[in-house]
Design a protein around this ligand. Structure first.
Ligand SMILES: NC(=O)c1ccc[n+]([C@@H]2O[C@H](COP(=O)([O-])OP(=O)(O)OC[C@H]3O[C@@H](n4cnc5c(N)ncnc54)[C@H](OP(=O)(O)O)[C@@H]3O)[C@@H](O)[C@H]2O)c1
Length: 239
């Protein structure tokens, strides 16, 4: 198997850290994007014992950090094979009738605007590579079809800002996949499941190992892999 170069955003903890760990353990070079440099350094040190892990400062809300990251990766590696847009936030749990504008703005700033801007900034580096994979870490909570099913276990989980930000991220996946298909890119959304992390909460049933499975699998898929889909470990789910 050829060795790839990946960038994982939000890799200093949670699902992102686990994704980075597994890719490093499989022999790939992984740039761990972290806005918290102290935590990022600690995790990168830990992962360096398993393989080629490199820390890069990355705040989705700071375009200058995106540019600096591109320059660092370009200088060190010359190209990028895969981008895993994992970093994300949940800001408040307001429903559609009472969510605050601040919660909406903050959530979209990171989960949508920051992720799109980072991807656009990384595209030239991804085009220099041959693997050409983009994985957007979304959630089933962003699925409008699932929310239409009253028997769905998460039917009552309705924080508007978070859910709508991931629906918007899913549209980014669909349209980017369409646009880049002829260049051999694979662009997919993945849903990790409900996972015990700072974001998912302690009561979540899934481990970070379980949460990382679909993102890692999708990031590794070759040119015959899927594109423009919403994937879980159980297969394709509806938008
Ligand atoms: N856990 C779940 O049940 C679940 C379910 C479905 C989808 N997801 C998705 O999985 C992804 C990872 O979540 P997680 O559960 O692993 O949460 P987590 O443990 O809270 O980790 C989130 C990561 O994103 C980073 N981040 C947040 N805002 C950022 C920004 N502006 N710039 C750069 N990094 C930023 C965090 O950095 P800091 O440490 O600096 O805050 C952290 O590294 C998210 O996209 C989330 O929506 C999670």
């Amino acid at each position: 198997m050829s060795k790839h170069i990946y960038l994982v955003s939000g890799a200093n903890k949670g699902i992102g850290k686990q994704i980075a760990l597994e890719l490093v353990e499989q022999g790939h070079t992984v740039y761990l994007g972290a806005r918290n440099l102290e935590a990022g350094k600690k995790v990168t040190q830990e992962l360096k014992e398993r393989g080629d892990a490199r820390l890069v400062y990355l705040d989705l809300n700071d375009a200058k950090s995106h540019q600096a990251a591109v320059e660092l990766i370009e200088q060190q590696s010359g190209h990028l094979d895969g981008l895993i847009n994992n970093a994300g936030v949940i800001v408040g749990y307001g429903n559609a009738s009472n969510v605050t504008h601040q919660a909406l703005r903050e959530t979209f700033e990171t989960n949508v605007f920051g992720t799109i801007m980072l991807t656009q900034t990384m595209l030239p580096l991804l085009r220099k590579g041959s693997h050409r994979s983009i994985v957007n870490v979304s959630t089933g909570l962003g699925s409008m079809t699932m929310h239409g099913d009253p028997s769905w276990p998460f039917h009552g989980t309705t924080p508007l800002a978070y859910n709508a930000s991931k629906s918007a991220l899913n549209m980014f996946t669909v349209l980017l996949a369409k646009e880049l298909r002829d260049e051999g890119f694979r662009v997919n959304s993945v849903s990790p499941g409900w996972i015990a992390t700072d974001l998912g909460g302690e009561q979540a049933p899934g481990s970070v190992e379980e949460g990382a499975v679909i993102a890692v699998k999708t990031a590794l898929e070759g040119s015959d892999g899927p594109t423009g889909l919403f994937l879980t470990t159980g297969g394709v789910i509806p938008w």
